[in-house]
Design a protein around this ligand. Structure first.
Ligand SMILES: C[S@@+](CC[C@H](N)C(=O)[O-])C[C@H]1O[C@@H](n2cnc3c(N)ncnc32)[C@H](O)[C@@H]1O
Length: 409
């Protein structure tokens, strides 16, 4: 289904064992992806049309890794395909107001209300909007609700973090058997900023670098090493020197945070004494190790979407108009398979929309020719060129060379 994706990944895996492992993962994920996109249980009429046409394929691009391409021309405004989320997590403040799985808003008066709900050990509500959503996520929520997540949630709230919540949810999916520990392996992980990488290691391999740095003692050594290297560096340009220092220190701070999150996640799960499934997962699936945590977090960071529902009523419109903090407009975050392969453009030809739930719709913004790459915009396109470049470089690790950026628009 995705010849380009398969080819690029195979090249990366050098050993025969690696190749075999990758093929297995890729097959699983192709299946997951197909199921996720085209599950019959929740397929809308529009999704059926997208399935029948399915005018896309994933292939290698010239300069941005894998990307999504059209296999026929697409009309402006056309629904290209729908995508079912693989992992979701509601915003912490909304856990009793949205569906635990699809993030659909639940009416407090019960008119389109909660189908059923589960109370967690820590008082968290796990509500579902329908039987389908309950069935999809019941096993995972049963595992999650056994643990007291107060400290983990406090940590995320205090640091303003959303992605560790998704790692937590994914961990519970693995324990419940709803996912495999390596299910996200095919997605591209976040990379550290080149400046930070060159300060701490010669290798540009994200995992090696993180694996080296991921315990308190080595982080302390690394902090010192970053500072020593900077002192030794023969940089005449103070601005450049300070920039590298800032980058290096940001990296070290990130390491500390990750360490804390990982320990907290593991402790919380072990304390919950879920059952022998957890021990089994840890023993046999290289699960809940620091490397696993970092790998999953790195993939979620690059590929997850903040889900903002389109206002469908006057009340919704008022709420979004008065949401002063951007995050308040979001009902949560979601990770998908196929949408994760869409590259960025500051003047995109495609956009992703959520109408009333985290089931995403990918729509054409203009007429698109057969064979053209489909690109979405990762950020607020109204930002100026410098601000966009900074965000894309720091957040996604690439320098945007789209037409708008090249013309400094
Ligand atoms: C969500 S992934 C997109 C799929 C990715 N190309 C892959 O092979 O899995 C985001 C990553 O793709 C790359 N990317 C996306 N848009 C890009 C662009 N306009 N120019 C260069 N790289 C881009 C960056 O490495 C970015 O971190």
């Amino acid at each position: 289904m995705y010849p380009g994706g398969s080819a690029v990944m195979l090249r990366r895996v050098s050993s025969q064992i690696g190749r075999l492992l990758f093929r297995r993962t890729f097959r699983n994920l192709q299946q997951t992806c197909t199921e996720a996109l085209f599950s019959t249980s929740s397929m809308s009429a529009e999704a059926v049309r997208a399935r029948a046409g399915s005018p896309i394929k994933v292939s290698l691009t010239d300069s941005a890794g894998r990307g999504v391409f059209t296999t026929r021309s697409i009309g402006s405004g056309e629904l290209i395909h729908t995508a079912k989320p693989l992992v979701t997590h509601p915003s912490l403040a909304l856990s009793d107001q949205v569906c635990c799985y699809c993030l659909k808003k639940l009416d407090k008066d019960g008119s389109s209300g909660s189908f059923s709900s589960l109370k967690g050990e820590d008082g968290t509500s796990y509500c579902f909007c329908s039987e389908e959503c309950r069935d999809v996520s019941k096993a995972c929520c049963e595992v999650e609700s056994k643990a007291d997540w107060s400290l983990y949630h406090d940590h995320c709230r205090a640091q303003g973090l959303k992605y560790p919540l998704m790692v937590k949810r994914f961990a519970c999916m693995v324990i419940s058997g709803a996912a495999s520990a390596d299910d996200l392996g095919i997605l591209q992980p976040a990379r550290l900023l080149p400046g930070a990488v060159s300060q701490v290691s010669d290798s540009s391999d994200y995992h090696n670098i993180l694996a080296v740095g991921f315990n308190a003692r080595s982080i302390r050594c690394e902090t010192q090493q970053v500072l020593d290297n900077l002192d030794k560096a023969n940089d005449d340009d103070d601005k450049f020197h300070n920039g590298r220092k800032e980058t290096g220190l940001k990296y070290v701070a990130e390491m500390f945070l990750m360490e804390e999150e990982f320990e907290l996640l593991k402790r919380t799960l072990l304390k919950a004494q879920i059952d022998e499934r957890l021990t089994g997962c840890i023993l046999y699936h290289r699960f809940l190790t620091k490397q696993w945590y970092m790998g999953v977090l790195a993939r979620i960071r690059i590929n997850a979407f903040r889900v903002e529902l389109v206002a469908t009523s006057y009340k919704d419109l008022l709420v979004s108009a008065t949401a002063s903090v951007a995050a308040q407009a979001a009902v949560g975050n979601a990770l998908y398979m196929l949408p994760s392969f869409y590259n960025h453009d500051c003047d995109p030809n495609t956009h992703i929309v959520w109408i009333d739930s985290a089931f995403a719709k990918l729509k054409a913004l203009r007429h698109i020719e057969e064979g053209e790459e489909l690109r979405i915009c990762y950020l607020d396109a109204s930002m100026d060129c410098d601000a966009r470049q900074k965000l894309l470089s720091e957040g996604f690790g690439f320098q945007c060379r789209c037409f708008r950026c090249l013309s400094h628009d």
